[in-house]
Design a protein around this ligand. Structure first.
Ligand code: FES
Length: 146
């Protein structure tokens, strides 16, 4: 059975290959979440990005799933986090071999991607406002004709 070393906690845990890292951490009282995320996480569905871990040497866990990168980058229009290749979502990672895990890894904001996303958000907000105003004017015309 592979060993998982939780570096920050100083714990080594033996787990069955194929085990989900979020479940292994939970069973061994290793907290993956910080602050309000303890309560406001997606319960392992790969949507919130709050169970981010760092696989120290990048080995010993299953390959990244498509949903992971999006969740780690953030779904919000005002921020895009950078995603180093060895960062993973614990809830989407299965143990394949011995590995070292750091909980609560530091991440940085990807300024270029954030700027692009905010520009697109601004454009869509303006277009949505114009469309809504046009619908409102059309509705007023219809009311006037009645
Ligand atoms: S618990 Fe939400 S992404 Fe893992």
């Amino acid at each position: 059975m592979p060993n998982i070393v939780f570096v920050n906690e100083g714990k080594t845990i033996e787990a069955v290959a194929g085990s989900n890292l979020r479940k292994v951490a939970g069973k061994n009282n290793i907290q993956l979440y910080s602050g309000l995320d303890v309560l406001l996480n997606c319960r392992g569905n790969g949507l919130c990005g709050t169970c981010r871990i760092e696989v120290v040497d990048g080995k010993g866990v299953s390959p990244m799933k498509p949903i992971e990168e999006g969740s780690m980058m953030s779904w919000f229009p005002w921020m895009v986090r950078s995603v180093p290749k060895n960062h993973r979502l614990a809830c989407q990672s299965e143990l394949t071999n011995d590995c070292q895990i750091k909980t609560h890894p530091q991440y940085s904001i990807d300024k270029e991607a954030t700027k692009e996303r905010m520009q697109m958000f601004g454009i869509w907000t303006v277009l949505g406002g114009i469309f809504t105003a046009m619908l409102g004017l059309m509705a007023l015309d219809i009311v006037k004709l009645m």
